[in-house]
Design a protein. Sequence first.
Length: 271
Amino acid sequence: MKIAFIGGGNVATALISGISQSPLPPEFIHVSEPDEGARRTLEENFPVTGFDNAPDAIRDTHCIVLAVKPQVMPQVLSEIRGRIGPGQLIISVAAGITIEYICRELGSEQEVIRCMPNTPALIGRGVTGLIAGPGCTPQHRKFAERILTAAGEIVWVKDEKLMDVVTAISGSGPAYYYYLTELLKEAGIRLGLPAEAAEKLALYTAQGAGDMAVQSHIGIADLRRQVTTPGGTTEAALDRFKAGRLEETVFRAIQAATERGRELSHIGDSQ
């Protein structure tokens, strides 16, 4: 089955990277990317056929992946309106853009699955939240899973409003982990470690802790407690985190990202 990606940015590249791990002919994946340099880079790195416009890219494909920024979505939907064939599945990865909005802009009910992947999909270790629109069949869901599990894990939700929370936690989440890793590195440097050593310690601690949490049969809180000796160094650091109300700060940060996603959906609905 042929897939057309509208947009060749980070999210599309992450998904294409995951899908193309299995041998595929270039005609299997179409990519619409107006920037010639970006389009050429995709064609050089992946088994794809590039197009400079969306209508040509979606022709004779079975699935259309809308991988553009929310602000660009109205233009893209206008370009492909009336050009979508019966049974063509639409997968949207645009933050805040609702299934209802996509169908309204296309002028008809369409089979739409809204999802939010994240950039670790570039190495096949992403996680994607999904919700299926009312017209989607089990076959549509299964096809979406085939595409997205190539890039990592998937999580289905039943209420579309929760997609803004999914975006806040996992879509934006890699940046939070990068930021914490930056802070650990900078703390090490301020306390006397060479920059290279501080970075390596921070990076591999993050990687190892994440892998251990995923593979462990006990909960994350239990893993934390295993490392925390009463009166020890870990407890001293965690006590300072608690004194600084880190839990509340994290909640407020996720809440802010969630609210921004909802604002984007209102922007789309008002257009």
